[in-house]
Design a protein around this ligand. Structure first.
Ligand code: FUB
Length: 347
């Protein structure tokens, strides 16, 4: 098995970014709890975030892709300490889940989901002058935001580098509660127990996307459904297609002019992706990135660093299989000549 990158604390949901030649990881910080495992995810009871950085990933390069000998020692991973705590965010009641970060005009933004006082998930933003924080949170969640797992994407090629926020997660992430409309006021608690639509003819629920305003702290336009189509029909994926439908853990990257939207299928435990030519969709399902790892959740990010492409993800190997005590890992990934991602096995 490949070793976890971070072993002194439990970490999960890694969002990796390169800023000024250095690799930064923005993960969840898992902690011990007595809360029993349930499908609502109450056991993922996190209260703060750390940021990590490293200078090289060459130690983790696949031997088949290296012309130079790999370094003998793993790179030093620097823990920059706590950069944001739930106690410092007035609207948060509990559960700091998977975060992401972005940079615009020299300022850094940390996006994070958490439950508010009514136990409803919303998405917050905090900002600061450095990629390693500390970050000061806005006093309210991003207006119009809901559900979990924000992923920020700044399109390097668009005019004035447009930024987008992708988000959403089923079951405990409450995405199923917004079938009446893409806004907090449409929240319908009746769907909490039902978890998601099902049955013949039912379409899968879509992840959400909104353009970020220039201030990176509000939406510049409406929250939209991000359509994911089945390649064999050209129609939206079916709700019962649990091997391919969106569950949580959105990520966007762009390579050779193609937008890759990737995500977790949740209860079938795959990391999969869909491709498109517009960051707002539609996307067409294209395949698996990673087969199931040890543990219930799977979550990831994809980033180019040092001339290679890397998949950051997590598993529960370090905790011996405890679902809510996860550890971040990294793997080199590969694209074929048509831009298709080669499916990886856990290691
Ligand atoms: O870490 C808590 C939740 O578990 C995340 O928000 C999901 O993506 C899953 O990894």
């Amino acid at each position: 098995m490949s070793p976890p990158l971070i072993t002194h604390i439990y970490t999960a949901d890694p969002s990796a970014h390169v800023f000024d030649g250095k690799l930064y990881i923005y993960p969840s910080h898992d902690r011990e709890t007595d809360i029993a495992f349930n499908d609502n995810g109450d056991q993922y009871d996190m209260v703060d975030y750390h940021v990590f950085s490293l200078d090289s990933l060459e130690y983790y390069a696949s031997s088949s892709s290296s012309s130079a000998p790999a370094p003998l020692e793993p790179p030093k991973v620097t823990d920059h300490g706590v950069v944001l705590s739930a106690a410092d965010v007035p609207w948060v009641s509990r559960q700091l889940w998977a975060p992401d970060a972005a940079r615009r005009r020299g300022r850094y933004y940390l996006y994070f989901p958490a439950r508010d006082a009514a136990s409803v998930f919303r998405i917050g933003v905090a900002s600061g002058p450095s990629p390693t924080g500390p970050f000061a949170a806005d006093p309210e969640p991003i207006p119009g935001s809901f559900s979990i797992d924000p992923a920020a994407f700044v399109d390097p090629d668009g005019p004035d580098e447009p930024a987008y926020l992708y988000f959403g997660g089923l079951w405990g992430g409450q995405l199923q509660c917004y079938q009446r409309g893409n806004a907090p006021e449409h929240y319908d608690a009746a769907w909490l127990g039902a978890r998601e639509p099902a049955g013949p003819g039912a379409a899968a629920l879509c992840p959400k996307v909104a353009r970020l305003a220039d201030d990176m702290r509000s939406f510049a336009g409406p929250v939209r459904d991000l359509q994911i189509l089945a390649p064999e029909t050209g129609r939206p994926l079916a709700a019962d297609d649990h091997d391919r439908r969106f569950f949580e853990a959105a990520w966007m990257h762009k390579r050779a002019g193609v937008y890759y939207f990737s995500y977790s299928t949740g209860d079938t435990h795959y990391l999969v992706y869909a491709t498109g030519d517009n960051p707002l969709g539609p996307f067409t399902y294209a395949g698996r990135i990673l087969e199931p790892v040890l543990g219930w959740t799977t979550h990831h990010s994809i980033v180019e660093f040092g001339g290679r492409w890397w998949l950051f993800h997590h598993d529960c190997e370090l905790s011996g299989g405890v679902n809510h005590l996860r550890s971040v890992k990294v793997k080199e990934i590969f694209y074929d000549k048509d831009g298709k991602i080669t499916t990886e096995k856990p290691s």
